[in-house]
Design a protein around this ligand. Structure first.
Ligand code: PLP
Length: 373
């Protein structure tokens, strides 16, 4: 699905040097590389504060803690997403309230968000799924109207740009009160292990979240609040500093691959290519198609695998159908769009190193399978 080695080889000497510098400096924790990366990412995103942390799941957790949410508070998020979003909500004793998504763009459905609001609702967590922003005009309007916090899960969409109805533009993750991201190796900006970050333009929130990420200590060994231990390693920061200047070209390479897929599948009626949200650029963390009901998805994935073409299902089970998140509030059929998507979507290889011949092979084999049905 990804080719991290070829990407590394193109900047190998730079990355090796950066790693070696950290090793020789012995500033392995909170070293200057972390501070420099933080400043460079702030500049890239156009956000006041970046708080590096250990991974994207921690970033979400620290965000919820930073907002001071209390057990029983309700947080609205999409049921068609990666588990991390709901996991941290549940871990903190908050109540995840799930809503369905838009069947074309996979972003959370604003009408359903409105309908899910109660007097306990405190926050909305839009997930910018597969690399494009949810409908942030609508989400921000609802949040303002009901005085709710917005935490954008930007793990899959770093570098995406959202254009508001008034023409103003902001980076994904810098629109709500807080944005979170992950530097997991296969993410669009990935390190060589785990890493994550939190974004905010709010000075007070930034200060609190920095304290929370550092054991709740304001002064060493003085703990003013309950925190966690969540740091980005200096080595990972050094690697990310080498990669950040390439992020825009990495995004362009993904968009080129997506354009190739779009064109190759344009007249295949059994395949629905990913729709674009007209307000957001799409940075294609995943290229996710929706397959017509008459085509056997498992057979397609197996056929592709037999040709050494990986294909993945993101995500095969909706959150409200996961054993751990089952809840008497939700039943089969409550979220029809998501329930159809989890049985119909599949994702093709998407990364920065896809060659024409690979794209040609992938698209030809997908079409071969469909034409033989
Ligand atoms: C990857 C991901 C996360 C979690 O990031 P980790 O660094 O793996 O903890 C959270 N949300 C979404 C949508 C993700 O894709």
């Amino acid at each position: 699905m990804v080719d991290l080695v070829s990407q590394y080889e193109k900047i190998q000497s730079e990355v090796d040097q950066a790693i070696s510098n950290v090793v020789r400096s012995s500033a392995y924790i909170n070293g200057p590389e972390v501070k420099s990366f933080q400043a460079e990412l702030e500049k890239y995103l156009g956000v006041k504060h970046v708080i590096p942390c250990a991974n994207g799941t921690d970033a979400l957790q620290i965000a919820m803690m930073g907002l001071g949410l209390k057990p029983g508070d309700e947080v609205i998020t999409a049921t068609f997403t990666y588990v991390a979003t709901a996991e941290v909500i549940a871990l903190l004793g908050l109540k995840p309230v799930l809503v369905d998504v838009d069947e074309d763009t996979f972003g959370l459905n604003p009408e359903q968000v409105k309908a899910a609001i109660t007097d306990k609702t405190k926050a909305i967590v839009p997930v910018h799924l597969f690399g494009q922003c949810a409908d942030m005009d609508a989400v921000m309007e609802i949040a303002r109207e009901h005085n709710l916090f917005v935490v954008e899960d930007t793990a899959q969409a770093i570098g995406a740009k959202y254009t508001f109805k008034d023409g103003s533009q902001q980076s994904a993750g810098t629109i709500g009160d807080i944005g979170t991201t992950s530097f997991f190796p296969s993410k669009n900006l990935g390190c060589f292990g785990d890493g994550g970050a939190i974004f905010t333009n709010d000075d007070e929130l930034a200060k609190n979240m920095r304290i929370i990420a550092n054991h709740g200590q304001t002064v060493r060994y003085y703990h003013d609040m309950i925190g966690v231990n969540s740091r980005l390693d200096s080595i990972q920061a050094a690697i990310l500093r080498c990669k950040l200047p390439h992020l825009d070209s990495y995004i362009a390479a993904r968009q080129d691959a997506a354009a190739y897929y779009d064109k190759a599948f344009a007249d295949v009626e059994e395949l629905k290519t990913p729709a674009r949200n007209t307000s957001s650029s799409h940075v294609f963390h995943q290229y996710t198609l929706t397959l017509a009901d008459k085509i056997d998805r498992n057979a397609l994935v197996e056929y592709l695998q037999s040709k050494d073409i990986p294909a993945m299902i993101y995500y095969p089970v909706a959150l409200h159908m996961q054993k751990a998140y089952k809840d008497e509030r939700y039943n089969d059929g409550d979220f029809p769009v998501t329930e159809r998507l989890v049985s119909r979507v599949f994702s093709l290889p998407m990364h920065t190193e896809l060659e024409k011949e690979q794209l040609e092979l992938i698209t030809t084999e997908v079409k071969n399978f469909i034409n033989n049905q």
